[in-house]
Design a protein around this ligand. Structure first.
Ligand SMILES: [Zn+2]
Length: 505
């Protein structure tokens, strides 16, 4: 996620006139868009290879099956202490098969979602997350199931008890006008947002439930099939790869997409509308899919070129690209933010400058391949993606990470000193502190252990936890192992203390 930002530096800025002005009151500003003078290219030493996942976290992260107990009732939350009702306990989703039809004129969504899961306890009832919408029918393994609705919960009682370890499939038929989530965390609205010609779908942190029943928490990742039907002339864009050619019949076109790599629910999308599409291949041979709303047609070529170039560069810094294609979408809905939807970051109503593309594509490693197990560790996404902006600036000779760090550090009264980024707050999740002080944490670490340890550490991190879930404690343990240093004091000062750390040497 990148909200639209104010440059932190008084110096010259490259912010183009096409950037959005839609920063809503109350939204945090974060990271930087700024050109400073001359930097050095980022050095990148070879990887030390895989490092085993580290010891258990001090605070247990949420995980599929959390909340399991001798009761046969699946818990209504997955165990995230800061988002207690998000996700659900008692099972682990393997796959979502979503068959969806959307009509922009009536704004009505009709869906049939089949969720394949594995039980983590005996279950006589379990929950899915679902916000609004009307459920008409639920089956479990083909047999009728009864169900009831609570606030954003769909409680399902299968016809017969599911045993711990069993695989089962639940199918939910539903329809209605989706209602987005509204401003619970700096964002205005998010989730499924209707637009004049379709829908803008960005779900961080918990908006997947506005359009499909789900275990809506990043600690339960799954693969996805999408079959999306829209009026002829519109395009439906989801994650991963398009399967076959879209089929048109009786004035409606069906698009089939498959995301074969595990994905957090908030990264799923079904953005629809009138789009100009272009496909291509990066210099390293990675397929690229870009789509822009008609009013951004002038940005189509540049989005394709920059996306390929930046993805290729990150694969030399962060390790192999984790997914089967890269891409990007510019919709004409003026969200004023961008989100790192898996394989296809989306830019809400603005033509992104390279720094923002660099941020969203860095998230394909940090957030999408490696997903946080609890929201308080969000700096593992946003601190890394913000640091990637600094690395991109170094690579392209705009300014150095060191100069960005120093400018932020020089402001002794910045509010981020009071907000320890290692404990992101549910009511101010996307705080600038999580972004900028998170990036500063990485720079302080780089200075402490040197480039010859720092870059191998980053590659070991993305390799050891590829497609998995991570915590801050995992990162600290790996950093200590790769560097051979005791780094607890450094991380404590930068991530967990509500004051400005001592200067780095
Ligand atoms: Zn971000």
């Amino acid at each position: 996620m990148s909200t639209h930002r104010l440059p932190p530096f008084p110096g010259p800025t490259t912010t183009p006139t096409t950037t959005p002005t839609g920063v809503r009151a109350g939204r945090s500003v974060s990271a930087l868009i700024c050109a400073l003078a001359v930097g050095a290219a980022t050095a990148c030493a070879p990887s030390e290879g895989a490092v085993a996942p580290s010891q258990a976290a001090a605070v247990a992260p949420a995980s599929p099956g959390a909340g399991a107990s001798r009761s046969t009732t699946g818990a209504p939350g997955i165990g995230d202490p800061d988002f207690p009702s998000d996700g659900n306990g008692g099972y682990d989703v393997q796959h979502y098969d979503l068959r969806l039809s959307y009509d922009p004129s009536s704004r009505k969504l009709a869906g049939s979602a089949t969720i394949e899961a594995k039980a983590a306890q005996d279950l006589t009832s379990f929950d899915l997350d679902l916000h609004g919408l009307t459920v008409s029918r639920v089956t479990v393994d083909g047999g009728a199931a009864s169900f009831s609705r609570g606030k954003d919960e769909l409680v399902i009682e299968p016809g017969k008890r599911i045993s711990n370890g069993d695989r089962f499939a639940v199918t939910v038929d539903y329809s209605g006008v989706p209602e987005p989530m509204r401003d619970s965390a700096n964002l205005g609205q998010y989730g499924f947002i209707s637009t004049a010609d379709g829908a803008f779908v960005t779900c961080e942190p918990n908006g997947a439930k506005t359009w499909f029943p789900s275990n809506d928490h990043p600690s339960d990742k799954a693969t996805y099939d999408f079959q999306i039907t829209v009026p002829e002339g519109l395009t439906a864009i989801a994650n991963g790869e398009m399967a076959g050619t879209p089929q048109t019949r009786a004035g409606k076109t069906t698009f089939v997409w498959q995301e074969k790599h595990p994905m957090a629910s908030y990264l799923a999308t079904m953005t629809t509308g009138k789009f100009q599409i272009r496909t291509g291949t990066s210099d390293k041979g990675l397929p690229i899919y870009v789509a822009v709303a008609d009013s951004f047609r002038g940005s189509l070529g540049q989005l394709l070129t920059q996306t390929g170039k930046i993805t290729d560069y990150w694969s030399t810094v962060f390790g192999p690209y984790p997914f089967s294609s890269t891409g990007g979408v510019i919709d004409d809905y003026a969200a004023g933010y961008a989100l790192e939807n898996q394989t296809k970051p989306i830019y809400g109503g603005f033509s992104p400058e390279p720094a923002i593309i660099a941020h969203e594509l860095a998230h394909q490693w940090f957030g999408d391949s490696l997903s946080i197990a609890r929201w308080r560790d969000l700096w593992l996404n946003e601190g890394f993606a913000t640091y990637a902006e600094w690395l991109w600036a170094e690579h392209t000779g705009q300014y150095t990470a060191d100069s960005a760090f120093k400018r932020y550090y020089a402001n002794a009264t910045d509010s981020m000193w009071a907000y320890p980024p290692g404990a992101a707050r549910a009511d101010d999740l996307f705080s600038a502190a999580v972004y900028n002080r998170g990036a500063m944490t990485l720079h302080a670490l780089r200075r402490e252990i040197g480039d010859d340890k720092f870059f191998p550490l980053i590659r070991a991190w993305t390799d050891a936890h590829r497609y998995g879930n991570v915590t801050t404690q995992d990162f600290i343990a790996l950093a200590e192992r790769v560097s051979g240093k005791d780094l607890k004091g450094l991380f404590d000062a930068w991530l967990f203390q509500p004051k400005r750390p001592a200067p780095i040497t």
